[in-house]
Design a protein around this ligand. Structure first.
Ligand code: 5GP
Length: 190
């Protein structure tokens, strides 16, 4: 049984390279009754990624079929690829009274907030723009044009941060994780 009396959708949005995946893993470690939402995407896997663990990597046709069946709670095109969260993933976590961590883009966050008004939406901001560019280049998983596209998107996303319930600056992983953990615990006990 979960330690919580209700389930909670925790949406974490951040520009690419702001560290949201690392943060999400840290939150899963800190909050036992939490799980990460597995998204479906048409993006090809990176060398380091494990299908079924990092994403459900599917074809455009498979994505179309899921959309046609209205299986997605939200979906969006991000950096040229399609991403979506299945309704079943959300329902299962809420039924089990778990905190479901969704690391999705700003468009996805807006749809989730519309459909699930009780969801907790957190925007993770990089300490500054140079840090973001350095992190993206260091990661070495994207081409130059892809990095430029991700940086342009980052500016657009940061401009929308006021739509979120909370904005957390990811200056240091342990500090930012602790701040988000206490926001989640406070929300769950209120
Ligand atoms: P990446 O390709 O770097 O893993 O993710 C690119 C962007 O897509 C990130 O902003 C990530 O949060 C977002 N994303 C991942 N999964 C989903 C999803 O299911 N829905 C939406 N709307 N965005 C997602």
């Amino acid at each position: 049984m979960s330690e919580f009396s209700k389930g909670l959708l925790v949406v974490i949005s951040a520009p690419s390279g702001a560290g949201k995946t690392t943060l999400a893993h840290e939150l899963l470690r800190r909050i036992p009754d939490s799980r990460r939402s597995l998204s479906s995407t048409t993006r090809p896997p990176r060398q380091t990624e494990i299908p079924g663990q990092d994403y459900d990597f599917i074809s455009d046709e498979e994505f179309d079929a899921l959309e046609k069946k209205s299986d997605f709670a939200e979906s969006a095109v991000v950096h040229g690829y399609r991403y979506g969260t299945k309704k079943s993933t959300i329902q299962e976590a809420l039924d089990r009274k778990q905190a479901l961590i969704l690391t999705i883009d700003v468009q996805g966050a807006t749809s989730i907030k519309e459909n699930f008004p009780d969801s907790l939406c957190i925007f993770v901001e990089p300490p500054d723009f140079d840090v973001l560019e350095t992190r993206l280049r260091k990661r070495g998983t994207e081409s130059d044009s892809d990095i430029r596209r991700r940086l342009e998107n980052a500016r657009r996303e940061i401009a929308l941060k006021d739509q979120f319930n909370f904005v957390v600056v990811n200056d240091r992983l342990d500090r930012a994780a602790l701040e988000i953990e206490s926001i989640i615990r406070k929300t769950l006990s209120s």
